[in-house]
Design a protein around this ligand. Structure first.
Ligand SMILES: C[S@@+](CC[C@H](N)C(=O)[O-])C[C@H]1O[C@@H](n2cnc3c(N)ncnc32)[C@H](O)[C@@H]1O
Length: 233
């Protein structure tokens, strides 16, 4: 998907605040690397760890954190996984780098070349042997065609994948067209970030990308839904 083909938010807004010119440079210059990913640092990192452990992630697995930001999950997961079994991508390489410098306690467990800037789910330089992946609070900032593209790329690129987890905001079918206040307060939209989708559309999109998706009964920060998706081969 080229920059021109990518869907824009309504009225030619950037797709998300992350796509606004200068966003990362400004926020990083002000030392806001935790705020960029939404704050709630301890709580959200811990929840992600618990989800992964509950789902059976083990230290020898090869894990990809897509849209990993400043390593809110990575700073917990890197010590758990065998050295260099963690990989991270993000729209901003500078944000990944700041997380590595400030948040990763033992840098001997992760080579910095495992942090990869990637704006379009191309996964450059990543190994084929990724076994598990998380896309937490990333598709919540993107329209459905980018979710479709991201999932299709994951499916095509990682033949050893056991499962992927991702989060989305969901709107009830009868309120889809309007702004929706999610369970813990954030207001989502059908045509701009933070984006909501119909559950039926998300599941159909995941199936079309080659996955068997299952919504999991968890309560996540900001009212996100968690979907676990197993690739169909
Ligand atoms: C709310 S933060 C979540 C970060 C991380 N997953 C976590 O839970 O701490 C959203 C992240 O998505 C990244 N992002 C936004 N659009 C992206 C895209 N198209 N590809 C990769 N990353 C993207 C942002 O830079 C940001 O780090």
């Amino acid at each position: 998907m080229t920059r021109e083909e990518r869907p824009k938010g309504g009225d030619e807004r950037p797709i998300s605040p992350y796509h606004a010119p200068g966003f990362y440079a400004d926020a990083l210059a002000r030392g806001r690397h935790r705020d960029i990913v939404g704050g709630r640092w301890e709580e959200t990192g811990l929840i992600q760890m618990q989800l992964l452990l509950h789902a059976g992630l083990e230290p020898q697995h090869h894990f990809l954190d897509i849209g990993a930001g400043s390593l809110r999950l990575g700073c917990r997961l890197v010590p758990y996984l065998q050295p260099n079994h963690y990989w991270a991508t993000d729209l901003s390489g500078a944000l990944l780098q700041r997380g590595y410098e400030v948040e990763l306690a033992d840098k001997t467990r992760l080579s910095p070349d495992h942090l990869i800037e990637d704006a379009n789910f191309d996964f450059p330089g990543l190994p084929d042997h990724i076994t598990h992946a998380m896309v937490f609070a990333v598709f919540t900032h993107l329209p459905l065609p980018m979710l479709a593209h991201g999932l299709a790329q994951v499916h095509a690129r990682f033949p050893a994948l056991d499962w992927l987890m991702f989060t989305v905001f969901i709107a009830p079918d009868d309120r889809f067209a309007s702004p929706v206040r999610q369970p813990d307060g954030v207001v989502t939209h059908p045509d701009r970030a933070p984006w909501h989708h119909r559950m039926s559309d998300v599941l159909a999109t995941a199936r079309a990308a080659g996955f068997a998706p299952t919504p999991l009964p968890t309560e996540l920060p900001r009212g996100q839904w968690l979907i676990q998706a197993h690739p169909l081969r």
